[in-house]
Design a protein around this ligand. Structure first.
Ligand code: GDP
Length: 358
């Protein structure tokens, strides 16, 4: 992904905890439950109590069925109070300046009186248990703001599971009064599609390369972008950035028209020097006005709600199928038979599915 002359630097992430903080979830259940209960938790979330919001998100992130049951009830009760935010997806390769940009735009919004929640989906946890986003040391200024809530990516499970947890956390953040939600992910794989399916507006951060601007990121991801930002447009990089802007604009012209009616644009920023940040926000507001007027905003959210229903069904079926102890034994048996050539993989799958559903 990094091209020879690009300014891209891959930063080493900080290891994420192996699992979700089950201890915190337990504390919530034992100590707090006596005092709080589900109704009181919801009340505190609605009142904007950040500590309780955090605990409730910890429950969402827990893999224990009893936590999930409580989380589901909390979500259900918060749902009527959700939806009133602008949900913005932010992606780009490591080193492009996502956290610097989020801090700059975030502080800009806080100054304007917004309440901002920053959530993340870190796809690296699925494979390595590590973290590319390395959230702990990031966005120090923004995290000190009382109207900003920064939550690292859920750290364990499949990408689908992690994304669902983030999707559910959005509901609680909105119920807690956050009017702007950023969902950050690293532009290295499937996670952008998941983020795209839960946001109103999608920002792609890029760097100016040298003549090879369009190769760093997959076309599919570029097609999802409502605004492409060329970051680090400062110092000796300004001319290169301007050239990249023109190239991306040309490339965008060749994409089919968007369903939203919005014409994706390319903007230059220097997140480090706080330049171009206001223009990005203006684009988001213009997009919101346009799509709320032409109906796309709501249509898109409806489509996303349907998508998440089906995603959740698939995820639950998959978990249930693979986590059931009897089934696991049988799966191992049939894996062996497949390896020994006694049965074809397709037939083995069919036998296992038939047994499961009978
Ligand atoms: P992330 O991995 O995408 O979150 O990137 P970071 O925000 O951590 O930034 C990576 C490096 O690029 C850091 O050293 C930043 O200080 C630097 N950086 C970020 N934005 C800019 C910018 O606009 N201009 C310049 N020159 N450097 C930047």
């Amino acid at each position: 992904m990094a091209k020879k002359k690009s300014a891209l630097k891959v930063m080493k992430g900080i290891d994420a905890p192996e699992t979700v903080n089950e201890d915190a979830a337990k504390r919530f259940l034992t100590k707090r439950k006596k005092h709080l209960g589900i109704g009181q938790t919801v009340k505190e979330v609605l009142a904007g109590n950040i500590t309780i919001l955090s605990s409730a998100i910890t429950l969402i992130e827990s893999n224990l069925p009893k936590h999930q049951k409580i989380a589901a009830k909390i979500i259900e009760k918060c749902l009527p109070y959700s939806g009133n935010s602008v949900r913005i997806g932010i992606t780009g390769v490591p080193g492009v300046g996502k956290s610097t940009f989020i801090e700059a735009l975030g502080l800009h919004l806080i100054k304007q009186g917004h309440k901002l929640a920053v959530l993340a989906i870190d796809p690296s946890s699925e494979q390595s248990g590590g973290s590319i986003l390395g959230d702990k040391t990031r966005m120090e200024q923004l995290s000190a703001e009382k109207n900003a809530f920064i939550r690292p990516s859920p750290s364990s499970g499949s990408l689908g599971g992690v994304a669902r947890k983030t999707r559910e956390s959005i509901i609680l953040c909105e119920a807690a009064g956050f009017d702007t939600i950023f969902i950050e992910t690293v532009g290295v794989g499937q996670s952008e599609t998941k983020v795209h399916s839960m946001v109103d507006f999608f920002l792609l951060l890029m760097l100016a390369g040298a003549g090879d601007e369009l190769q760093g990121i997959k076309r599919g991801i570029m097609e999802m972008a409502d605004t492409i930002i060329i970051n680090k447009a400062d110092g000796s990089n300004v001319d290169k950035a301007k050239m990249a802007k023109r190239e991306y604009e040309n490339a965008l012209h060749m994409f089919p028209p968007t369903q939203s009616g919005w014409i994706p644009n390319v903007l230059l920023t220097s997140a480090l020097n706080n330049l171009g940040i206001d223009e990005v926000w203006k684009s988001i507001i213009d997009y919101q006005k346009l799509t709320q007027k032409n109906g796309f905003w709501q249509q898109n959210r409806n489509r996303q709600a349907k998508y998440w229903m089906h995603e959740t069904i698939l995820e639950s079926l998959k978990n249930h199928f693979y986590q059931n102890p009897d089934n696991r034994k049988l799966i191992n048996e049939y894996e062996q038979k497949v390896l020994e050539g006694k049965i074809s993989p397709f037939e083995a799958a069919q036998v296992l599915l038939n047994r499961y559903f009978s």
